[in-house]
Design a protein around this ligand. Structure first.
Ligand code: PDD
Length: 277
């Protein structure tokens, strides 16, 4: 496998991460997961912009200019002959003696990127999934795509241990998002999702879904959804780069709508399929 380290493409065995890398020790860094369809990086500009924003929010300078990074990522996909899959990009604040304070300008952030297998969850996309509720105990800057994913990891494992597909996080009675997905409910034909504030990650798939709604006359509104109102949802679904759009047919033991993927969800899946190669 070929791996991007800073601006260089190397073989995997030529790349080593230092024991004092701050990403490793503090989760001090940011990341992106991008989708590759037919050899093309999907919504690459949006992902790069979000990476730059995340870095900016944690007061870290990316080690490469975005246009250079974009070129290298395209080369990475091509050198690894990725047809359908994903690319993981991570930037840590760099290598320095373990100390909570920032290491200063002389330390360069460390960027790595490499391909990940990315298979569509075809079965789940078609049949829908069950999710379970988990308290959202994350920090209050969930809008930053940071490497600190401990609660996301804990929540996801709890969901899997209970035999469900995803953890639906809730804070103060409102549904924020999934452990690695955004959440939506449909009521009387309108699609609702949590406002893009500090409590959720503004997903690139989410932004595409909003665009698709507005271009196709599907009513859409950013609004807080309450866990107590879940039985009144006609439909629900989750989205991310890796899973695209997956219908939610059950929240805990409560059946959503008719217990099968709803019409609005299916329409959005179809519209989404049309904008991917
Ligand atoms: N996760 N919310 C959270 C907490 C996420 O981690 C993700 C993505 C999303 C969806 O964002 P997008 O549509 O841009 O993928 C929402 C990635 C895929 C991951 O961590 O693997």
């Amino acid at each position: 496998m070929r791996v991007l380290l800073q601006d260089q493409l190397l073989n995997r065995d030529e790349v080593a991460i230092d024991i004092e890398d701050r990403g490793y020790q503090f989760g001090d860094g940011v990341y992106e997961v991008m989708r590759v369809y037919e050899g093309q990086l999907f919504t690459i500009n949006e992902h790069l912009e979000r990476l730059a924003r995340s870095a900016d929010q944690i007061r870290m300078k990316l080690p490469l200019r975005l246009d250079v990074l974009k070129e290298r990522l395209i080369e990475l996909v091509s050198e690894n002959s990725v047809q359908n899959g994903a690319v993981y990009v991570q930037v840590s604040r760099g290598v320095s003696l373990r100390n909570h304070s920032f290491p200063g300008d002389k330390v360069t952030p460390v960027l790595i990127a490499y391909p990940l297998p990315g298979k569509k969850p075809a079965q789940e996309q078609q049949n829908g999934v069950q999710v379970n509720l988990v308290d959202d105990m994350r920090w209050l800057r969930c809008d930053i795509k940071s490497l600190n994913l401990l609660w996301n990891v804990m929540a996801k494992q709890e969901a899997l241990d209970k035999g469900t597909y995803e953890a639906l996080l809730h804070r103060d009675g409102t549904i924020t998002e999934g452990s690695s997905t955004n959440f939506y409910a449909v009521k009387d034909g309108t699609v609702y999702t949590h406002p893009a504030n500090n409590l959720i990650l503004n997903g690139i798939t989410r932004m595409k879904i909003i665009e698709l709604c507005s271009e196709n006359g599907i009513p859409f509104m950013e609004k807080e959804l309450y866990i107590n109102e879940r039985t009144s949802f006609d439909e629900a679904f989750i989205s991310s780069t890796t899973i695209e759009i997956v219908p939610v047919t059950k929240i805990e033991e409560d059946v959503i709508g008719e217990g099968k993927p709803g019409e609005v969800t299916k329409r959005l899946q179809e519209l989404f399929r049309k904008i991917t190669p």
